[in-house]
Design a protein around this ligand. Structure first.
Ligand SMILES: Nc1ncnc2c1ncn2[C@@H]1O[C@H](COP(=O)(O)OP(=O)(O)OP(=O)(O)O)[C@@H](O)[C@H]1O
Length: 574
């Protein structure tokens, strides 16, 4: 096949391709339009045959006029050629004027035809361009009429849009309270009842009450879907409780002005939202000085803050180092939704943003749960640093024990109520819902032999406490694992408080053999082979004295050292 043939075939393929695509697109568009509304589709396409008819008629007439014009031009040229070619003869017969008139008539015919062609083109262009505009206007008018008469589907959507526009929010309007005195950040949640508007029959909070004293760290834990984030949503004033109230420093939260409240109460959520601006502008979100954008003044809460202070907050959020390493530092753009930063970096900027408002209450809603281990530990260090400073109340939701174990108070939320509250160690001892959560987490995260080890360890702690409460402080503890993998503790008592009849230090004696590694409650611990000493009081064990409590703590610390506990197990230690 020659190259020319090949080109022709390729061109033919291309034409067929374009033709089929156009055909399919026309057919599907028509089918879709007909399925929505037949009359409007007819109106929309009424111009098509008219445009086609006009074009066909126009091209025939246009061709005819063009041919006539060309012929008349040829005639005029012939006259001119004749005159110019025979100039001396014309002059000899004084026929100049006659020839001039001949040419004038011939070129006049041509001029007339060209004028006719231009006029015709004008009419054609105007009609073919105007027609679609007219049709669009008719479609809009007629479509609007059909929609307003409820004859088209879109009418439903429009009604919904109007409904939404006219909807009155269920939440009360913010008050205008802006106390001049410094707030301390104490929260009280009183008998909260709440169901989401989308599911009014499902009660999410069912009489939840909780005291969150100022400058304390309170953790909300509990099984998934039991209302922890809902509590945060109510404190953030996203929803309004159907019954009960939330007080901030003794005043119902809705009485505060919008700007004041959100300056005092700050949040770091699971998914930090950054805007396509510089890091500095993201930290200053909602606090920057008034700016002009496209001629409009954007006025906002203007909280005075210096560059040094911004850097201090970034340091507290563990973000300053990575920001300084960027070529543009705090002026570096973060990209759309912060795409140019890692999850951990975004989260630390979000923390800096929350801190920059100098809040009195900081809400941390799963602030580390979406991060990898390295980012999590960096963000966690930032949170720990803030908590240590103790300058604000912190309400923290986290599934990981390591995040909440140092809180002043841990509240277990189940079925929309607080079912248990207290410190980590007290709740572990109680062996209730919190202890079960701990066990579930260990079961889910660790291989079973490690889980058994952890359970033994918890039981051992309990056994030692009970032992010390009954028999006095412990001087030394020896630990070993039996062949059947049970943990055995041998205890030597401290001689100064030991109340042996003969005053001798007891030999190491086995107090905490824990044979059943699968038992699931701390209460299963028993002291199998009591050390020599006074019999337990019949009135039950008395509260350990200060020195006993100290000894227990020291003992446990030394056990941890001697056991060389793995890091995951250390997370649950006292
Ligand atoms: N916007 C919403 N509309 C309707 N129901 C919702 C809404 N948000 C949450 N819920 C429901 O409310 C209940 C409590 O949800 P919430 O997010 O407070 O639980 P949670 O304890 O924080 O769970 P998790 O630990 O998984 O975050 C769940 O049953 C949930 O499906």
């Amino acid at each position: 096949m020659t190259q020319d043939c090949q080109q022709v075939v390729e061109q033919a393929y291309l034409n067929v391709n374009v033709f089929l695509r156009t055909l399919v697109s026309i057919i599907t568009t028509l089918a879709f339009m007909f399925s929505i509304t037949e009359p409007l589709t007819f109106v929309a396409f009424v111009s098509v045959p008219a445009v086609v008819a006009i074009s066909m008629k126009y091209s025939a007439i246009f061709r005819q006029i063009s041919e006539e014009a060309q012929k008349s031009l040829a005639d005029a040229n012939a006259v001119a050629n004749e005159g110019l070619g025979n100039m001396s003869t014309i002059r000899s017969f004084a026929a100049e004027s006659f020839e001039q008139q001949r040419f004038g008539i011939a070129i006049g015919v041509y001029r007339k035809l060209m004028k006719k062609r231009a006029m015709f083109y004008l009419v054609y262009l105007t009609s073919t361009m105007m027609l679609p505009q007219v049709v669009t206007a008719v479609v809009l008018f007629y479509g609007g009429k059909l929609a307003s008469e409820g004859q088209m589907e879109a009418a439903g959507a429009a009604v919904r849009v109007f409904e939404l526009c006219e909807r009155k929010p269920d939440c009360p309007l913010s008050g205008d309270l802006e106390p001049h005195q410094e707030q301390v950040g104490a929260l009280q949640l009183r008998d909260l009842h709440f169901a989401y508007p989308a599911r009014p029959d499902v009660k999410v909070l069912d009489g939840l009450s909780l005291d969150i004293p100022a400058s304390q760290v309170v953790a909300l834990v509990g099984p998934s879907g039991n209302g922890k984030s809902t509590v945060i949503g109510l404190v953030k004033r996203l929803y309004h409780a159907s019954a009960g109230e939330i007080l901030l420093d003794g005043v119902p939260i809705w009485q505060y002005s919008h700007t004041h409240f959100h300056r005092v109460v700050s949040i770091v959520g699971q998914e930090p939202v950054l805007f396509a601006r510089s890091i500095k502008e993201n930290i200053l979100l909602g606090m920057s000085n008034p700016k002009r954008v496209a001629g409009e003044e954007i006025s906002n809460v203007s909280i005075p803050i210096t560059d040094n202070e911004i850097q201090d907050f970034a340091r507290k959020a563990n973000a300053h180092d990575f920001i300084s390493q960027m070529s543009q530092g705090y002026d570096a753009e973060v990209g759309e939704r912060g795409v140019q930063l890692s999850g951990g970096q975004k989260q630390r900027i979000a923390i800096a943003r929350a801190l920059a408002r100098r809040p009195k209450v900081l809400l941390l809603d799963e602030a580390t749960s979406a991060l990898d281990a390295e980012s999590e530990s960096q963000v966690q260090r930032a949170i720990d640093g803030m908590i240590k400073e103790g300058c604000m109340t912190v309400v923290i939701i986290a599934h990981r024990l390591s995040t909440v174990k140092n809180s002043h108070k841990i509240c277990v939320i189940k079925g929309g109520q607080v079912v248990e509250e207290g410190r980590h160690e007290d709740l572990l001892k109680r062996g209730g819902s919190y202890f079960q959560l701990v066990q579930c987490q260990l079961n889910a995260a660790e291989p079973s032999d490690k889980v058994d080890e952890a359970h033994d360890y918890l039981r051992l702690q309990s056994a030692l406490r009970v032992y010390a409460e009954r028999y006095g402080p412990i001087a030394e503890v020896g630990l070993h694992w039996n062949l059947d993998k049970t943990l055995v503790a041998s205890v030597a008592q401290a001689p100064d408080v030991h109340s042996h009849g003969d005053g001798e230090t007891s030999a190491a004696s086995q107090v905490g053999e824990l044979p059943n590694v699968h038992a699931n409650s701390l209460r299963d611990v028993s002291i199998e082979s009591p050390a020599p000493g006074p019999a337990p009081s019949l009135n039950g064990p008395s509260a350990p004295s200060q020195s006993v409590a100290e000894t227990i703590s020291k003992t446990i610390a030394s056990i941890e050292d001697s056991m060389n506990l793995p890091s995951w197990l250390k997370q649950i230690r006292h």
